[in-house]
Design a protein around this ligand. Structure first.
Ligand code: F6R
Length: 245
């Protein structure tokens, strides 16, 4: 795993946007997985700006959504589906045939997981994953205590995720379960970029980078990823010991 710190959120976001562009240019048929959330939002904005300036061709690429809140309709602002469509897919003009998101309203969520796993295997695995980290150490909805050897699965959300998740919605919502790619997908992805910014992420970044690798802190699994890079701003890096710099 590599660790890279940038002076601010803007610089971090620009770097991540450039990494995505570089992946698509080097491998147009790349399979790319995107997280939702506040952290990658500006990187996605910059991605569409750079893409239109440089005329980047995404028409052969495959896009996977990392996760979704079970029971939340895709047209609700706050769903991961809504976020990815409005922030990434619409601005980049991506065809629906290239987009694979969980249907969290399905009566057969296990079938949704199996479908997603099949797509990923058939496309040859994930080339690049962009993920954030929750203050409880989750990646996607891989909550503390999750098994490290899982592919897509449905999981009960822990209390922190249920309450922090309210920030994405206009009105209070019941967030009990998530459907998510598993940590096995993350470990098998060729490249993973975990982004974090702001002082609120400093504690979890310290545990992720300097703590033991444990399923109680799912993000710590990044330490074992040869293609993993943790990209953070100075605030998120502020509790790390000086040995890293
Ligand atoms: C969202 C996701 C979550 C977030 C995490 C951080 O698709 O997978 O794991 O990445 O909760 O959220 P933000 O970026 O809003 O701080």
């Amino acid at each position: 795993m590599q660790l890279k710190s940038f002076k601010d959120y803007k610089t971090l976001s620009m770097q991540v946007a450039n990494e995505i562009i570089a992946m698509i240019k080097s491998k147009p048929e790349a399979v790319v997985c995107f997280a939702s959330g506040d952290t990658p939002r500006f990187a996605y904005t910059l991605l569409s700006e750079i893409a239109s300036k440089e005329n980047v061709d995404f028409s052969s690429s495959v896009f996977i959504g990392l996760d979704e809140w079970v029971g939340i309709p895709p047209e609700i602002e706050g769903s991961c589906n809504f976020f990815l469509h409005s922030t990434v897919f619409k601005p980049l003009n991506i065809s629906s045939t290239q987009i694979h998101l969980f249907n969290a309203l399905s009566g057969n969520l296990a079938g949704e997981c199996a479908k997603m796993d099949k797509i990923i295997f058939e496309k040859g695995g994930i080339d690049l994953m962009i993920v954030g980290v929750g203050i409880n150490g989750h990646i996607g909805f891989n909550e503390p205590g999750v098994a490290l050897d899982k592919y897509s699965h449905v999981i009960s959300l822990d209390n922190t995720t249920q309450s922090v998740g309210q920030k994405y919605f206009k009105h209070p919502v019941l967030l009990k379960q998530g459907i998510t790619l598993g940590l096995k997908h993350l470990l098998e992805a060729k490249k993973v970029i975990l982004m974090a910014n702001g002082i609120k992420k400093a504690e979890v970044i310290k545990k992720t980078v300097e703590g033991d690798v444990s399923n109680n802190m799912p993000a710590s699994i990044m330490q074992n990823h040869p293609g993993g890079t943790i990209m953070i701003d100075e605030e998120a890096a502020s509790l790390l010991s000086s040995k890293h710099w």
